[in-house]
Design a protein around this ligand. Structure first.
Ligand SMILES: Cc1ncc(COP(=O)(O)O)c(C=O)c1O
Length: 511
């Protein structure tokens, strides 16, 4: 059984002593001191700090031990199995980290003159071309910092398109399936559209008849994830595309699940006009705590004019930033996007090549279907929708039966997995599945690891039927046991900075 370390670790500001130093550097020579002094003298007085920032003062060993202890109370994909459905936690090859951390790349500043950053511009230009090839789109913009921001950009592009066609007054509705990720309706609403939800059918796909009745002259577009969040491929995708296109709407592809179809089929070929790619899911870049990420957006030739500026362009001799795009929606994020993440994606694609990417998709689908079979026979587990059809990269079980028979919910089951040293899967999403338990093994894990996981799940199911209280009070073996879910994420109780913590302790934020 797994047992996580627990350290009663203070906040770093509570450690150390005034005057303590991390390392010793030689005295600065007089000449350098004067140069720095002269440079400081040139700074506008009103911009100079009046007081020094209150930073903790510690020795190097204190800092290292502090973070080492904290890391022992954490869990990551480098430590073990991480089946977080839809969030796609792949292993991130260390080679990619090494390349992205080369000082020749990290020391660059986005305000440098173009002539001095030809190398990074070439990398980003090439990456955008690869992503266009992979998605079957005409041009890709790397700027968006996450999938959700890509969705927002896509919805803004839809607006610009309908505006230029003179029918924005009419095109007010965005259709979203009921299995969609919450960011889809949120992004559409932020861009000013009214959201129309279409139900899924028993196959777990968009109900075609319901779609046909939802589509009207008001349809600005449809946002669709394919394979969808049940892991099922929308087999009627061509008909769906033509229904929406015939009504003058655009098709938006939520690329969160692109890892399932890499090299097999392309969103552009399925009829999608706008595509976002969750770089941090499909191309193995770190992805935790809501970021950092990147959500590049690819579009058809007709929509290319709306993409954000600056565009990274190449005139045959040099790479440059092209602002001369009068129909562009403007900027969606500063500079070229989240470059550190994009670099890792570049390294991932470069190291795998076209065949390797296809194989990654195949193995992720194989792994998901292997677990589908193994977990499908476990007591209390049911597979709603699309009975008998294989899944793509993920599978979603319902623990409704288990809950009814034992009182153990999907949430409790997920917490008990932590006691066995496995990260919890996604639960309660998609919302169309009662007591949803969503598994995405990715291509990163070996058969032995999948077998071990399936054995643990079987064991917990047995516990649920024989001694449910053990599951209900889990986790017991982690550094912290069950947190108060409301308090853990409520602005009144969270302290996100040292200053906030001090203010809260002094009762400043009491209501
Ligand atoms: C299906 C789907 N769409 C969109 C998103 C949003 O992506 P991001 O977290 O990068 O904003 C997610 C995130 O998990 C997702 O699973």
């Amino acid at each position: 059984m797994f047992k996580q370390a627990y350290w009663n670790e203070p906040v770093i500001f509570q450690l150390g002593r005034k005057g303590r130093k991390g390392y010793i550097v030689p005295e600065v020579e007089e000449e350098i001191r004067q140069t720095v002094g002269n440079a400081l003298a040139d700074l506008p007085k009103e911009m100079l700090r009046q007081t020094l920032p209150e930073l903790p003062e510690l020795s190097e060993v204190e800092v290292v031990r502090h973070y080492m202890r904290l890391s022992q109370m954490n869990y990551g994909v480098d430590l073990g199995f991480y089946p977080l459905g839809s969030c796609t936690m792949k292993y991130n090859p260390k080679l990619n980290e090494f390349l992205a951390n080369l000082s020749s790349l990290t020391a660059l500043h986005p305000n440098q003159d173009e002539s001095t950053v030809q190398g990074i511009l070439e990398i980003l230009y090439t990456l955008a071309k690869w992503l266009a090839e992979i998605t079957g789109t005409h041009e890709v913009c790397l700027q968006p910092a996450a999938g959700a921001q890509g969705e927002f950009l896509g919805a803004l592009i839809m607006r610009s398109h309908h505006k230029l066609n003179g029918n924005i007054q009419e095109k007010t509705e965005l259709i979203v399936p009921d299995s969609a990720h919450g960011t889809n309706p949120a992004s559409g609403t932020m861009a000013g559209f009214k959201i129309v939800v279409v139900p899924s059918n028993q196959e777990g796909c968009v109900d075609l008849e319901a779609l046909k009745s939802a589509v009207s002259e008001h349809t600005a577009g449809l946002m669709l994830t394919n394979p969808n969040t049940l892991g099922v491929f929308e087999k009627d995708i061509e008909e769906i595309a033509s229904v929406v296109h015939e009504a003058g709407g655009l098709l938006y592809y939520d690329g969160a699940n692109l890892n399932a179809i890499l090299g097999k089929v392309r969103p552009g070929d399925m009829g999608f006009d706008i595509v976002h790619i969750n770089i941090h899911k499909t191309f193995g870049t770190p992805h935790g705590g809501g970021g950092p990420g990147a959500g590049p957006v690819g579009v058809s030739k007709e929509l290319e004019k709306y993409l954000p500026v600056p565009r990274i362009a190449f005139d045959g001799k040099r790479y440059f930033l092209d602002y001369d795009k009068p129909r562009s929606i403007g900027k969606i994020r500063g500079f070229y996007g989240n470059v550190a993440v994009l670099l890792r994606a570049y390294a991932y694609i470069l190291s795998l090549g076209a065949e390797g990417l296809e194989e990654a998709a195949e193995v992720s689908v194989l792994n998901a279907n292997y677990l589908l079979k193994k977990l499908g026979s476990i007591r209390g587990f049911e597979l709603p929708f699309a009975e008998g059809r294989p899944r793509k990269h993920e599978c979603v079980f319902s623990l409704k039966k288990l809950y009814r028979e034992t009182g153990v919910r999907a949430l409790n089951f997920a917490k008990r997995l932590l006691d066995y040293g496995v990260h919890a899967p996604t639960t309660y999403f998609p919302q169309i599945v009662e007591e949803a338990f969503m598994i995405e093994p990715t291509e990163s894990f070996e058969k032995e690891e999948l077998d071990r996981f399936a054995d643990i799940v079987r064991k917990i199911s047995e516990e649920a039927y024989s001694q449910p209280e053990t599951v209900l009070k889990a986790p017991q073996n982690t550094a912290l046991s069950r947190l108060n879910e409301v308090k853990a994420s409520h602005p009144k109780t969270m302290a996100l900075s040292w200053r906030m913590h001090q203010e809260k302790s002094a009762g400043k934020h009491e209501q």
